[in-house]
Design a protein around this ligand. Sequence first.
Ligand SMILES: [Zn+2]
Length: 126
Amino acid sequence: MNANKTLTDLTRDIVNLRDKNKDCIICGKPICPWQESEICHYIKRRHISTTWDLLNVAKGHKSCNQLEESSELLQDSHRMNVLDRIDSVEFMRLNVNKNKTVHLSPSDKLEMIKNYREILKQMKTK
Ligand SMILES: [Zn+2]
């Protein structure tokens, strides 16, 4: 089993369920069924410490996610929308964790996978 891939897949499945009826986390506009969407990271994926953090990820337009890196306007909008959805203390925690060096051991990852599977199971039975 590739633990990183499994964690990425589980994160995506959880966010897709959680954000089913939510607007784009980046621009704040509705995501119409015909529009391509994907999981967007507030703190970018190169920061491994926050890559599977459920508060760091949300559903958004694929186009917004691609354009964000070069658009300060979209970056500002993304930050405001994240602040709207999560607690300000959690928001600060994300920003602090961004530059931390995190070494997740194989057993840490297995533990996370177990937890995420349980979350997903509970979300599906609701
Ligand atoms: Zn958007």
